[in-house]
Design a protein around this ligand. Structure first.
Ligand SMILES: [Zn+2]
Length: 158
């Protein structure tokens, strides 16, 4: 081990195998016909055939699945993506695997309510670095009880 970061990654990766999230990520990679690469302590599965997925990447355990695109073309668009996904891999580890899924969905729903965007107020995306992940931070909606009533009134007019 060269440094503590490498040791932390190794512990994380063993944890993500034990908590079954990395095996789940590898199953997703295999089912989607992705190509596997080892990059900085992560397994990157690019060119995955996941037709309905709109995200640039999905990290499951220590496996980063890239729908349709090649790793180099994704990194040209979002240079910080692997640093962002590396932090998601730690989140899988500290959530002990599968509990990450409902926790992430709750955080995503909260973000949607607060900003109209799935990432801008999502704890996990903020912790992973919004800009690194290619997200633009949207402002939070005001805490005004009348706000939602006005929104639905506007929508029913339109
Ligand atoms: Zn992310």
């Amino acid at each position: 081990m060269k440094d503590t970061t490498e040791l932390q990654r190794a512990v994380r990766n063993v944890g993500n195998i034990a908590n079954l999230s990395t095996p789940l990520g590898l199953a997703l990679a295999a089912l989607s016909g992705a190509r596997l690469h080892a990059v900085n302590g992560l397994i990157v599965a690019d060119r995955a055939r996941l037709p309905i997925v709109t995200a640039s990447a999905i990290t499951v355990g220590s496996v980063v699945v890239l729908p349709r695109a090649r790793l180099d073309s994704v990194l040209e668009r979002i240079p910080g993506l692997l640093s962002h996904e590396d932090r998601h891999a730690y989140q899988w580890a500290y959530c002990l695997g599968l509990p990450f899924i409902p926790a992430y969905l709750l955080a995503m729903g909260w973000s949607w309510l607060r900003t109209g965007d799935r990432a801008s107020a999502n704890f996990f995306e903020i912790q992973a670095g919004l800009e690194l992940g290619g997200y633009t931070r949207r402002p939070r909606r005001p805490w005004d009880p009348g706000y939602w009533g006005r929104c639905s009134a506007t929508q029913s007019l339109g």
